[in-house]
Design a binder for this molecule. Structure first.
Ligand code: CAO
Length: 415
């Protein structure tokens, strides 16, 4: 079956996490992704957090599926020529080097345009234009600068970063959308363009509701769905909301049976207004359904802490899965806190290809997260990440280099 991005060639100049997430998605949609790596070393993540000596790390293998790898020294004059040939042949160049690195290599936007006016040049940077534009940035820096950390955690503790890689993988996703949008525009404009996804912007986009709350706070001085209400103080900025779900549907994480020994024996429980009477029935507080202090969402807001304490008395008598089963019968929104172990072993995620087992020549079998976006006409088949330089000869031949030329370039250290 054909793939959505069949025929699209990507010159993948990405490393670490943000850029590789983006190009991996494009590869899963069918693009031919040619990853250019530094000869001898490659993407630094190949050797980071290794669990098997001398074998590409899971960090690398899980971010670089379905790609080809070529090694080119882009600071070597002959290596530069190979890169120029690739620029002429590809549709998109994706990079996430530190600011200015591509220019220092000699590949300014103007130079790339000269080589290939249809080329789309897509970049992840830490910050957009402004005071921090020259800074190098990693995941947690972006979470802090994008507003996530100041709004995550509990009121009486420090800012907290989240396990979800919203700075790296989140920005990679944003960039992928920018690239396919630019490819679409090129179908009628005939021109390439630059696509920039700054990590601070990507995180802030995902924290949109917190900027909403900042303005609500400034107008009213209080936000009733926050745990700071009714007893705590609100300051000038959006506070950390703990596990509150916000919106009109208050929620919290509650202990379940076994919580004393299992750090994940918890459930997320939402007191959705339309099912309030059912919640009261399930937890044995039928009187709350008609009590004016509890019957309406507005009346409940000052009592949320007590309400969740009461619900927790019930959830603590059930495992998280038993509680899920009972609550779902009544359409009460809730979700178990799943550990990574439970997720890895979940048969339904294996069935949909969201968790995939991949075989690798030096590592053997390992689990990875497959394509989370399912297209009915463009199925994803996850194939292993390439070994360093595995496809150099193949790609050089496609670029028109003879075996003798390839061998000479190798001797010169260009590839
Ligand atoms: N051949 C020769 N040189 C190469 C090369 C190749 N194939 N590929 C890269 N290089 C060179 C670059 O030209 C650059 O050289 P100069 O500094 O002399 O210009 C150098 O390698 C290193 O690039 P870098 O500065 O991007 O790498 P770093 O490890 O110092 O920084 C990072 C890493 C991630 C902080 C930085 O790349 C960055 O800020 N990127 C943008 C934001 C981003 O994506 N962050 C997320 C990272 S995932 O957590």
């Amino acid at each position: 079956m054909s793939k959505a991005l069949d025929g699209v060639r990507i010159l993948d100049f990405t490393h670490v996490q943000s850029g590789p997430t983006c190009t991996q998605l494009l590869a899963w949609f069918g693009a031919d992704v040619i990853k250019v790596e530094r000869a001898g070393a490659g993407d630094i993540t190949r050797e980071q957090l290794r669990d098997i000596p001398d074998v590409d790390s899971l960090y690398f293998t899980m971010l670089n599926h379905n790609k080809r790898s070529v090694t080119i020294d882009t600071k070597n004059p002959e290596g530069k020529q190979v890169l120029e040939a690739l620029i002429q042949k590809c549709d998109v160049l994706v990079e996430n080097f530190a600011p200015g690195a591509l220019d220092r290599m000699g590949f300014t936007w103007e130079r790339i345009q000269e080589l290939n006016p249809r080329m789309i040049v897509a970049s992840v940077k830490g910050f957009g234009p402004g005071p921090y534009e020259d800074c190098k940035v990693y995941e947690n820096v972006a979470q802090c600068a994008g507003g996530a950390a100041s709004t995550t955690g509990f009121d009486d503790g420090p800012p907290v970063v989240t396990g979800a890689q919203i700075g790296d993988s989140g920005t990679g996703l944003h960039l992928a959308l920018g690239i396919v949008t630019a490819l679409y525009q090129r179908t009628h404009s005939g021109r390439g363009q630059r696509v920039l996804a700054a990590m601070q912007d990507g995180v802030l986009n995902l924290c949109r509701v917190k900027l909403r709350d900042q303005q609500r706070l400034e107008r009213t001085g209080v936000m009733k769905e926050y745990p700071q209400y009714p007893n705590g103080e609100f300051g000038e900025a959006v506070p950390r909301a703990g596990n509150a779900s916000g919106g009109g549907q208050p929620g919290w994480i509650l202990k379940c049976k076994g919580w004393e020994t299992d750090p994940n024996a918890y459930i997320y429980f939402i007191t959705q207004a339309p099912v309030w009477a059912k919640i009261c029935n399930v937890i044995g507080k039928e009187e709350w359904a008609t009590d004016p202090n509890y019957a309406t969402p507005a009346a409940r807001l000052p009592h949320l802490k007590d309400i969740f304490a009461e619900i927790e008395r019930w959830t603590m008598t059930k495992t998280k899965f038993e509680a899920m089963q009972i609550l779902n019968k009544y359409d009460i929104p809730c979700g178990p806190i799943l550990s990574m172990k439970e997720i890895a072993e979940e048969p339904s995620l294996r069935k949909t290809g969201t968790i995939v087992e991949v075989d690798h020549p030096t590592r053997g079998k390992y689990l990875t997260v497959g394509n989370p976006i399912k297209l009915s006409d463009s199925p994803t088949e996850v194939t292993r990440s390439p070994l360093l330089g595995e496809h150099t000869d193949e790609v050089m031949a496609e670029l028109g280099y003879s075996p003798e030329q390839v061998s000479a370039l190798r001797t010169a250290g260009a590839i």
